[in-house]
Design a protein. Structure first.
Length: 245
């Protein structure tokens, strides 16, 4: 097919021995005069054998109209301007206003070939109200962003009103979800002349003699003899403990 486009002669590059999906959007594809079919030629340059797993051709819509809760977006990727009747497409919407598009940074570096489209987009999205929503023009290869009355996901207009609470009315907020927390019990301390040594902080403590290396050391463990590594060994010089029970 021979149409005007800006991407150059190469429409896609494939460098994979496996199957890879490739898609093209061709603007302005028209059948020959008097015919109903459009002929496509796929040309491959400097490549080995090519196999197709599947191939499909679809007629793409010229204009897309997308609705959101706070507004709509109109996209026209075609080569011709389109005039849309928003009162028919979105009968529940009203109060359309263009978004305000700011001039992009580095606009002076944009290629001259694309400047007309950029300036057109700035002129369309100018922050002004839509005076006639039944005849809104969407220029070729451009988009219009509009705010409108808010609707819910069920396509019903949303009414947002906040009335003051009547005097004397008490509101009780539900308590926050319970969070289970486990606070460890107080740590029993083994004291000697040289300082303090914390014992295991889980259950009732008792003193046990342990062999640490070549020396014997007194350790504060649990009642079930869970002594190491939960407890901390006291040095052998520890003769008496003030609170190791």
């Amino acid at each position: 097919v021979s149409v005007k486009y800006d991407t150059g002669p190469i429409r896609g590059r494939i460098s994979n021995k496996e199957f890879a999906p490739v898609s093209f959007y061709v603007r302005g594809a028209q059948p020959k005069k008097g015919g109903e079919r459009v002929k496509f030629d796929l040309r491959f340059q400097e490549w080995d054998d090519v196999r197709f797993r599947s191939i499909a051709v679809h007629a793409a819509p010229d204009t897309l109209a997308c609705e959101f809760e706070n507004g709509i977006v109109l996209v026209n990727p075609s080569l011709n301007s389109e005039t849309l009747d928003l009162t028919t497409i979105f009968p529940r919407r009203s109060g359309y206003t263009h978004l305000k598009a700011e001039e992009p940074a580095g606009m002076e570096n944009i290629n001259d070939k694309y400047l007309p489209q950029v300036k057109q987009a700035l002129s369309i999205n100018n922050g002004k109200d839509v005076k006639n929503p039944s005849k809104l023009e969407v220029f070729e290869r451009n988009a219009v962003f509009l705010t409108a009355n808010r609707v819910t996901a069920t396509d019903r207009p949303a009414t947002l009103t906040t009335a003051p609470r009547p005097p004397g009315t008490a509101t009780t907020a539900p308590p926050p979800p319970a969070t289970a927390t486990t606070k460890p019990p107080a740590v029993t301390k083994c004291k000697d002349k040289n300082g303090q040594y914390k014992a295991h902080n889980n259950r009732k403590k008792k003193c046990n003699w342990l062999k640490v290396g070549n020396n014997r050391a007194l350790n504060c463990g649990t009642a079930k003899n869970e002594i190491t590594p939960l407890g901390k060994a006291c040095p052998e010089t520890c003769k008496k403990f003030n609170s190791c029970s």
